[in-house]
Every structure is written in C-alpha cells, then in structure tokens.
Design a protein around this ligand. Structure first.
Ligand SMILES: *[C@@H]1O[C@H](CO)[C@@H](O)[C@H](O)[C@H]1NC(C)=O
Length: 148
C-alpha cells in the first residue's frame, strides 16, 4: 500500500516537474542561457506529437540593451536548417518586458505548434532570439522526436 502511494506520488512529480532540457548553445552573442524548459517533455529527447503545442521557456541573462527582440526558429534536418514557423515571433510579446536591459535575467516563453503535416522524424530545433542589431540574445539547439 505504502509503496503504491509512493510510486503514485513519484509519477505525479515526474509529470508536473519536467527536468530542464539538455541544450547546446549555438552562439548566444549578447546573452547567456541558464535554463531551457519544454512542457510537456517527460523524457528526452522531447517527443513532439503532431497536432499538439508545446511551451518553451528559455531563461537567459542579457549582456546588452535592446529595444526589440525577434525569435527565429529552424528545424535542422541532416544539418540543413529549415524555417519552423511560430505564431508570434515578437520576443517582447513572449514574456519579455522590453526594452531589454543589460545584465538582467529574462524568461522567454512561447508556444511551439507541431503541425499534423510534419514528417515523423528526429531533428534538432534551433531557437534564436535576435536583438535590434540582429545579434543573438540566445541561440539554443535541442533534439526532438516528432511522432504521430
Ligand atoms: C520559466 O522558467 C523560469 C526558470 O525556471 C521560471 O522562473 C519561470 O517561472 C518560468 N515561466 C513560466 C511562464 O513557466
């Protein structure tokens, strides 16, 4: 009885407290990323089901000021970056209070919709947030598996 209760509690914990996603930095020129969270993502690489939407939360520190911020997302398939459209590319409407100040911590929060017509493959998502001079506040890469 007790063991069952513990395992139920553990399952709930795993479901609601996803571990931070392992990511690679691909050249955050004017920022430093500390945590990347994708929800839901109970095991890595994150499994993205077609027709679902996933929340992405990137916590980073800015090394510079910027009036604006714009997200650019690519799916990298066999080394080739293919544009991955997101509904809102304005970082200032994605959890960031603009203008961005120097040496401040920000959490960029957005949705990654997985369209039904996407192929069922493993790929790397490359997510950039560019400042007003086109430099990367962050550039991260993380592997995902698109499934139906
Ligand atoms: C994003 O992640 C940061 C760091 O873990 C956390 O403090 C913040 O509450 C998260 N924001 C949302 C909307 O989940």
């Amino acid at each position: 009885m007790e063991i069952r209760l513990i395992s139920i509690c553990f399952s709930l914990f795993v479901l609601t407290h996803a571990e931070p996603v392992k990511f690679m930095d691909c050249g955050s020129a004017v920022g430093k990323v500390s945590i990347v969270d994708i929800n839901p993502c109970p095991k890595q690489p994150c499994e993205l089901r077609k027709g679902q939407s996933y929340s992405v939360n990137v916590t980073f520190n800015s090394n510079d000021e910027s009036q604006t911020s714009r997200a650019v997302v690519h799916g990298v398939i066999a080394g080739v970056p293919i544009p991955f459209p997101i509904p809102i590319d304005d970082g200032c409407k994605s959890g960031i209070a603009c203008p961005i100040q120097k040496d401040k911590s920000y959490s960029y929060v957005n949705q990654l919709p997985v369209k039904p017509e996407y192929p069922s493959i493993k790929l790397v998502v490359e997510w950039e947030l560019r400042d007003d001079s086109g430099k990367d506040l962050f550039c991260i890469q993380f592997p995902v598996h698109i499934t139906s």
